[in-house]
Design a protein around this ligand. Sequence first.
Ligand code: SF4
Ligand code: SF4
Length: 127
Amino acid sequence: MSKEKTLEIDTDKIWETIDRNKTHISLSLKLCVHCTLCAESCFLYMNRGKNPIYMPSHKFINSLGRLYKQKGKIDRKGLEEIKEIAWERCVLCTRCYCPMGIDIPGMIALTRSICREQGVLPQFDEN
Ligand code: SF4
Ligand code: SF4
């Protein structure tokens, strides 16, 4: 496979995965009332000076939420940005609390799975 080929993003495949989970994703996006109550239950948010980019809702909306809104159409640069959120800003500890019942770690885990399928993953996760 050529280097150029390995850099391609299969947006149809991304959308297939999102489409299989779209009811859950779309409901979660609608349910989020941006109350920020999840923020203080995330130790990363608390330990990074309460930087909004570490808020659980921000991470979900800007990773899987972004892929959903763009119908899976994203380039490598965009997917690299999403990878950063899914690995560097969340450890899937499942401690975040949302009164609306939104499963943020589940959403981030699905985001990681989409990135992995496209070969976009952190160095430590490569075989
Ligand atoms: S607590 Fe739930 S509804 Fe409130 S901002 Fe966080 S994810 Fe959204
Ligand atoms: S699962 Fe992710 S977003 Fe939730 S508390 Fe843990 S690090 Fe924060």
